[in-house]
Design a protein around this ligand. Sequence first.
Ligand SMILES: NC(=O)c1ccc[n+]([C@@H]2O[C@H](COP(=O)([O-])OP(=O)(O)OC[C@H]3O[C@@H](n4cnc5c(N)ncnc54)[C@H](OP(=O)(O)O)[C@@H]3O)[C@@H](O)[C@H]2O)c1
Length: 210
Amino acid sequence: MHVVVNAAMSADGKLSSCQREQVAISGADDFDRVDDLRVESDAIVVGVGTVLADDPSLTADDGANPTRIIADSRARTPLDAQVLDDRADTLIFVAESAPTRNVRALRGAGADVVVAGNGRVSLRRAFSELESRGTEQIMVEGGGELIFSTFEAELVNELRLYVGSLVIGGRDAPTLADGEGFVERNSFPDLELDSVDTMDDGVLLRYLVS
Ligand SMILES: NC(=O)c1ccc[n+]([C@@H]2O[C@H](COP(=O)([O-])OP(=O)(O)OC[C@H]3O[C@@H](n4cnc5c(N)ncnc54)[C@H](OP(=O)(O)O)[C@@H]3O)[C@@H](O)[C@H]2O)c1
């Protein structure tokens, strides 16, 4: 199974504003590129923080939609979230401790809800479940907490990073990899730069994970 983390960040490494509001970081060409990556993936994964902040639909323009996956330990995905519409299948990974009432409501709204982990969703368990269901390519779309955990669990094969020509600033603005952070130098994931392309008014970097 191949796992691609894809994100757009500002020149100062932010994914969105200090109020966690979505910012247009890239342009039309990059949107098309992201759409193509969605279409060629079997699953698109986000953390519930992105669902709560942006209410994304996680669908591609041409309608060939991969399964939408939400890491949502406490089953907090709102029942009117766009990820629960009927444009694609949705699988929500929750922790064992997720409130039964919320889990039942999400199932009632049409989502497949699967337990993976105690307290917090275990991405290793979740990705292994996806692999057992025949998933060949996973696209991780964010946000910063989930991307950090995906690196921490050593699940990332590739990072595609659009760097936009703007500065967002703010110590509370989400960055590419938030979470607790790695402490020891030998635990920092090493990346191998594979390609650099200019796109719109920014740069697309593609890294392989060593
Ligand atoms: N520029 C971009 O490319 C891009 C893409 C996506 C999002 N964003 C931005 O990113 C921001 C949201 O990012 P975020 O960091 O706040 O949220 P996030 O990474 O989308 O979601 C984090 C939440 O996911 C849940 N989760 C479940 N299992 C997890 C695990 N193993 N590791 C980490 N999280 C887990 C946690 O809540 P529970 O424990 O309650 O489940 C956690 O709080 C928004 O402002 C959005 O606009 C930008």
